[in-house]
Ligand binder design. Structure first.
Ligand code: TXA
Ligand code: MG
Length: 310
């Protein structure tokens, strides 16, 4: 059985565990993160062990406000400052030159670091009242579906977290439901490394120029297979295609989103997890159109459907 004592709604309990070098799953508006004190390399190393994440995949540092940009970054560009001023708190991660404050354990030795101010009130309270910054990837086993509830974290990591040192801070279901938009501000023009709820159009409205990911930026952590449930995932363009495929596939189920793409994003990972819980053999997903939030949904679904590493 899972250890129920891992879960708490008390921010001070979470702060105590972080200060003592434990790892704490924290709610954000995007997905739950698995947090450790960013100034404690041993605690950060534990994140990789708990997730089964290969060392060298860089982590995002979550900070309390935009003023912290100058603590965790050295000489961020004016574009980075503008994006921070407009996008934080919110589902936007900025890749900036790292400061000396940032340990190699966080960046995998890169000269850059990803920073974000999350918008969830509990985690903002945690960061602001403790003065801590926390390194945090999504709180799932490496390569699997990200968690959008405390129960998801418990299902995935309940067996590896230690109630004596670690915790899961329950802040309810995540509002956005998919991971933050990532912009590399260290290249000119800036590059979109991961689509999210802040769309490319939103970014262009602020900084006028944005390129797709290419070159060295592309390689870091942008694996083909990711966000994958246990069951096979097949993508189709229309409901008719979905029904045709299902007719010939025992154990297949169909997932089709309504027009409300924000709701689709909010429910995506729960839907993928629920298909596994029901024992579905295959999930046939009707792709949302490539507009607005549809880009981010298509990105996650394409990675969920990609060939899996053995
Ligand atoms: O919404 C989110 O971003 C969530 C919540 C918890 O904040 N976090 C999240 O973290 O999705 P993670 O580790 O699952 O994904 C972070 C991505 C990875 O693809 C990683 O390679 C990329 O950010 N990343 C982090 N630091 C980077 C850097 N310095 N340069 C390029 N990519 C970086
Ligand atoms: Mg992740």
């Amino acid at each position: 059985m899972n250890a129920p004592s891992l879960v708490t709604t008390d921010v001070d309990v979470a702060i105590g565990k972080l200060r003592a070098g434990g790892v704490v799953a924290v709610p954000t508006e995007t997905v739950y993160g698995l947090a450790a004190d960013a100034s404690n390399p041993a605690a950060v190393a534990r994140i990789f062990a708990v997730k089964g994440r290969p060392i060298g995949h860089p982590l995002i540092v979550h900070i309390a406000d935009a003023d912290q940009l100058d603590v965790w970054s050295s000489d961020p560009s004016s574009v980075a400052r503008q994006l921070a001023a407009n996008g934080w708190p919110g589902p936007l991660t900025l890749i900036v030159p790292r400061s000396e404050q940032v340990h190699d354990a966080i960046t995998g030795g890169r000269t850059t670091v990803g920073l974000r101010v999350p918008a969830h009130p509990m985690t903002l309270d945690l960061l602001r009242s403790s003065g801590l910054a926390v390194a945090a990837p999504s709180a799932n086993r490496f390569g699997a579906v990200s968690p959008t509830t405390a129960q998801h974290v418990l299902d995935d990591l309940g067996g590896v977290l230690d109630p004596a040192t670690d915790a899961i801070l329950d802040g309810g279901p995540c509002e956005v439901g998919i991971e933050s938009t990532i912009i590399d501000t260290t290249v000119d023009p800036c590059q979109l490394l991961r689509a999210g709820a802040i769309t490319a159009d939103d970014v262009v409205a602020l900084i006028s120029d944005l390129a797709p990911a290419s070159g060295p930026s592309r390689s870091s952590g942008m694996l083909e297979s990711h966000y994958a449930p246990q069951c096979a995932v097949r993508l189709v363009d229309t409901a008719d295609d979905a029904w045709a495929l299902r007719a010939g596939t025992p154990g297949a189920e169909i997932l089709e989103f309504k027009d409300d793409l924000a709701e689709a994003a909010r429910s995506l990972y729960s839907e993928l997890r629920a298909a596994d819980t029901r024992g579905a053999k295959m999930l046939i997903v009707v792709l949302p159109s490539a507009k607005g939030l549809g880009h981010a949904l298509r990105d996650r679904l394409t990675k969920a459907a990609a060939p899996r590493p053995r």
